[in-house]
Design a protein around this ligand. Sequence first.
Ligand SMILES: *Cc1c(COP(=O)(O)O)cnc(C)c1O
Length: 235
Amino acid sequence: MSIRENVAAVRERMAAAARRSGRDPDEITLVAATKVQTSETIREVIAAGVTICGENRVQEMTAHLEDNAYAGARLHMIGHLQTNKVKQVVGRVDMIESVDSLHLLEAVEKQAALIGLTQEILLEVNIAGEESKSGFAPDQVIPAAERCLEFPHIQLRGLMCIPPPVGPGESNRKLFAKTRQLFVDIKKDLSDNCNRLNYLSMGMSGDFEDAIEEGATLIRVGTALFGPRPPKTEP
Ligand SMILES: *Cc1c(COP(=O)(O)O)cnc(C)c1O
């Protein structure tokens, strides 16, 4: 199947999941998770109508930016970001979805202040409490959201989570529901009347339909658009 056909198939499944849960399909945006893809492939997925690309690695992102590969789309950072790479990311992406510590939050504020812009972010929640994963513990999300208000160069737009991969017959629905509840809680806590807090990023190739049924507004999909990736190599 071509990328164009894959995009169409994913959109069909997105729309069906939205209808099943009584949601408007237009509320949900597909983010193409473009790690390990070439600039050419990225152009292809944008030509097929994808409006947001999500990158994991700063080095790959920088190379694609030099190629102007994301032209016509928005760009999100979705991978773990080291504070020493913040300079290469703040102001170059429309949103950092993966703000996973107060330390990183402070570094983003500092860099955004330095270059004089406001950086949109999501807070990443370690919703399953996995030892190996970064992200805010569920009970740390409200304090972190309140902290964002003290930072004039940060605009908090919502939450993101990466639950563990699901095996056959398993589901992350409960974890998605838990993240959605936290999202509702921070909106209430921050009295978000102007609806700036409107992004809930959850769901990947294996579970995006469940995520949509539990309220996702951004889904991050790689494999279902591009096919399987080669085995992971650490840079
Ligand atoms: C790779 C990646 C995805 C997409 O994963 P697939 O299972 O290939 O759809 C989504 N989110 C993050 C943070 C990723 O790193």
